[in-house]
Design a protein around this ligand. Structure first.
Ligand code: GLN
Length: 542
């Protein structure tokens, strides 16, 4: 079989949470920086068709692509590192694989045959892996396999990798196995046994790792690398150390130092050059040498979980570097925010972001936060539910509509300033049925948004069922909150602003999904800038 696209599979061993996504994204960055058109795909071995139906406690943030796929948060890392949009094809779950095989069976495509895990499920996995390669858009496709080697649910994926390696032939497909080399402080030693076992488990499925990337908290000594090479059938140069980094954005350089890109390209029989990381390193320099700092409150109900607001946190890192300031994000739990403690919790902040979300829990705290920042001129960015809370707060406290609410929280409210979208009224199924993906938005000249984006037409990604109720638009605008961004086809309000306030912007879409290292999101950049200005003004007036 001949192929022009090369495939790299990334598997994980010993434990989850080793950062396969970051390693995959870092390698992709190094390959992209040498001129290879590279993309990354994530295969997730769970039965949900996509992560859209899981809550952040289960799965962290749900990342949304331009084409409206609800996907794994690792796709966010891929986009942030590569600055290339991903799509539905970049995330495939067991649920989706089975769904399409069962649909084919019902259509009679396997008529007369018994449908089995091997070959039907594995064939479907193989075709999903090759879909991106066959598009002709990529020289290299990196496929990250979720879960840990040895898990029952990963088996069909590992079998598909075995078959693909065989089908595609030497130099066309390789496997990178990411493992943990733990440090036992009682013994004062790094231990290789878990890695040996996980490589053996992989071999039981007929897959040989070509490269080992070893996560470690301490430097791996040479003799330990030799030992790993010997026991795990890899060359010494293919034992790569991945030591803890202070920022994920250091990992491409750490992998470069370790020669990961060189070994990979050699194994794929491709030429290797020095990657051009000029722009990346300029970003790192700005990130690591801030001239000042600001503190921004992140009001949400999942703030105790690092992964729930991943893209928002990363957007602040990009925007901070762009402004050469350190952004300290202070998580504030919306459930515990009340009229009595709002001043204590929020008065010191230089900016406040009210996070997206679903359901009633914590919304009162979000509304209190908006009230406090609106009355105290603190820069505010509301995203999706955060924007909706800003509208409710304004309706209640400025227009005097005491019962103003979203019909998501109270279906019988007398003033539904936020209401279910018309297109959602017939929807009964939960999965993949929200207003998803990129939609156009027309910006009003003279608005903050227009100034921020420097254009009148933008496309941003969405994930919601409720919207600003246009029946209240005139009343709300007359009172001082303006709708400055509208969907040109439906008139749906995408952005609200309060021109008399320092910097108050609510957006129905999710800007955080589009912020990358190469392209920090202009809205986050402007918000951080407003926070810097606000902090300076405070210091001067003290
Ligand atoms: N729950 C709100 C809606 O569905 C907001 C969604 C969100 O914040 N992503 O409209």
């Amino acid at each position: 079989m001949t192929t022009t696209t090369k495939y790299i599979f990334v598997t994980g061993g010993v434990t989850s949470s080793l950062g396969k996504g970051i390693i995959a994204a870092s390698l992709a960055k190094l390959l992209q920086a040498q001129g290879y058109r590279t993309t990354i795909q994530k295969l997730d071995p769970y039965i949900n068709v996509d992560p859209g139906t899981m809550n952040p406690y289960e799965h962290g943030e749900c990342y949304v692509t331009d084409d409206g796929a609800e996907t794994d948060l690792d796709l966010g890392h891929y986009e942030r590192f590569l600055n290339v949009p991903t799509s539905q094809s970049n995330n495939v779950t067991t649920g989706r694989i089975y769904q399409s095989v069962i649909d084919k069976e019902r259509r009679g495509e396997f008529l007369g045959k018994t449908v089995q895990v091997i070959p039907h499920i594995t064939d479907e996995i193989k075709s999903r892996v090759q879909l991106l390669g066959k598009s002709g858009d990529y020289d290299i496709v990196i496929t990250e396999i979720g879960g840990t080697v040895g898990d029952i649910e990963s088996l069909p994926y590992i079998e598909a990798v075995r078959q693909l390696k065989w089908d595609l032939g030497e130099h066309n497909a390789i496997v990178i196995h990411l493992t943990l080399v733990p440090y036992l402080s009682a013994a004062g030693e790094l231990k290789t046994k878990p890695t040996q076992h996980s490589v053996k488990t992989l071999m039981e499925s007929g897959v040989m790792a070509d490269i080992l990337v070893c996560r470690t908290e301490h430097e791996l000594p040479m003799e330990l690398r030799r030992k790993l090479a010997l026991f795990c059938n890899v060359r010494e140069e293919a034992v790569i150390q991945s030591i803890d980094a202070s920022t994920i954005y250091d990992v491409p350089n750490l992998m470069l130092e370790q020669g990961l890109d060189k070994v990979v390209l050699k194994k794929l029989d491709l030429q290797s050059d020095a990657p051009d990381l000029t722009q990346w390193n300029q970003f790192l320099k700005r990130l690591k040498n801030p001239k000042s700092e600001v503190t921004i409150g992140l009001i949400g109900k999942y703030v105790e979980l690092q992964d729930s607001y991943k893209s928002i946190l990363e957007s602040f890192i990009h925007a901070g570097a762009e402004n050469e300031v350190k952004v300290n994000v202070q998580p504030i739990h919306s459930e515990y925010l009340t009229v009595d403690n709002a001043a204590k919790e929020l008065a010191h902040l230089d900016g406040v972001l009210v996070a997206p979300g679903f359901g009633e829990r914590g919304v009162d705290g979000k509304i209190e936060a908006v009230k406090f920042v609106r009355e105290n001129n603190i820069p505010f960015l509301g995203i999706c539910l955060g924007m909706q809370m800003a509208v409710i707060e304004y309706a209640r406290n400025v227009l005097g509509l005491k019962n103003a609410n979203s019909t998501e929280m109270n279906p019988h409210t007398s003033d539904p300033v936020i209401d279910l979208m018309e297109s959602q009224k017939e929807v009964t199924e939960k999965g993949g049925t929200m207003r998803l993906g990129a939609w156009a938005c027309h910006l009003e000249k003279g608005s903050i948004a227009h100034d921020v984006y420097q254009t009148t037409e933008i496309f941003e990604r969405h994930r919601h069922r409720y919207e600003f109720n246009n029946a209240y638009k005139k009343q709300i605008e007359d009172a001082g909150m303006k709708a400055t961004g509208l969907n040109p086809d439906t008139g749906l309000v995408e952005i609200v602003e309060i021109p008399s306030h320092n910097w108050f912007v609510g957006v129905q879409y999710h800007p955080e999904y589009k912020s990358t290292v190469a392209n920090p999101h202009p809205l986050f950049v402007a918000f951080v800038k407003a926070a810097v200005k606000f902090k300076k003004a405070k210091t001067v007036s003290v």
